[in-house]
Design a protein around this ligand. Structure first.
Ligand SMILES: NC(=O)c1ccc[n+]([C@@H]2O[C@H](COP(=O)([O-])OP(=O)(O)OC[C@H]3O[C@@H](n4cnc5c(N)ncnc54)[C@H](O)[C@@H]3O)[C@@H](O)[C@H]2O)c1
Length: 252
């Protein structure tokens, strides 16, 4: 129960990796706010059934007003936020293909959700963490694609590269407040979004496995230990880092 007494807000936790993080943090004793454009309330009920406090907040991370309102609602759960996981992303339904075909509308949507969204939640929550006076933990979801330079989704990869840089700079700004900022870079993971998107034939999965030192598929459960560690007191002197959790595909 190393997170007992802590409150976490996880964006994009209605399903997928975010929901897996919510379950793991709840197992570790944290109270959890699920912030998502979809399934926030129903997923919060599942977390509540685990015996911790939980609240679903419907909010679009790319909308300034939504984030201000959503975070204000979230504070109602316990009066504090100690852990922020920026996990929401435009990802599963994005266009794949040559960079010329992306278009300005989809490019801007990618940057709005993945990069601006992360900025907005940090801007809303960090002042509260500072006022609490007990430090904080920010965990941003990056991607192995940004470490390896994967082709066919330039807007997504660029957005995740921005997350790695943002993580480093924000860590430098917030260290004096005892707020750590780290990132997790997963490989292709069989999350709800990836499964719902379909098109995952054995050939593509085998190609992924071949890039890994541990040659098997990656599951959401493979990532939750890293998130729980980064959220804990034990990670208190670690900041600005990007942890690749991908079976040893990218090696930093
Ligand atoms: N699954 C992978 O292969 C993989 C690999 C590397 C990185 N990631 C990253 O992990 C994170 C989670 O991915 P996932 O696979 O669980 O995806 P997913 O599609 O299963 O879940 C994403 C969640 O984010 C929510 N969301 C989308 N736009 C939002 C918005 N504007 N505001 C609030 N919520 C929003 C969705 O409703 C959904 O619940 C993402 O940041 C993704 O880029 C995933």
């Amino acid at each position: 129960m190393r997170l007992k007494g802590k409150t976490a807000l996880i964006t994009g936790a209605g399903q997928g990796l975010g929901f897996a993080f919510a379950k793991r943090l709840a197992e570790d004793g944290a109270d959890v706010v699920i912030a998502d454009i979809a399934k926030a309330q129903e997923s919060a009920l599942k977390i509540k059934a685990m015996g911790v406090r939980s609240l679903g907040v419907t909010m679009d991370v790319s909308n300034e007003g939504d984030v201000e309102r959503g975070v204000a609602e979230a504070i109602g759960l316990t009066g504090r936020i100690d852990i922020l996981i920026n996990n929401a992303a435009f990802f599963a339904t994005m266009t794949h293909g040559p960079f010329e075909n992306i278009g300005v509308v989809e490019w801007n949507r990618m940057m709005s959700v993945n990069v601006l969204g992360t900025y907005l939640t940090c801007r809303e929550i960090v002042p509260r963490m500072r006022r609490q006076g007990t430090g904080g933990r920010i965990i941003n979801m990056a991607s192995g694609t940004a470490l390896k330079g994967v082709p066919g989704a330039l807007h997504y990869v660029a957005s995740k590269g921005a997350i790695i840089s943002l993580t480093r700079s924000l860590a430098r700004e917030l260290g004096k407040d005892n707020i750590t900022v780290n990132a997790i870079a997963p490989g292709l993971t069989l999350s709800d979004g990836v499964i719902q998107r379909g098109g995952l034939d054995q050939e593509r999965l085998e190609a992924q496995r071949r890039t890994r030192a541990i040659p098997r598929d990656e599951k959401p459960e493979d990532l939750v230990g890293a998130a729980a560690f980064l959220a804990s007191d034990e990670a208190g002197f670690m900041t600005g880092q990007t942890l690749a959790v991908d079976g040893g595909s990218a090696m930093l």
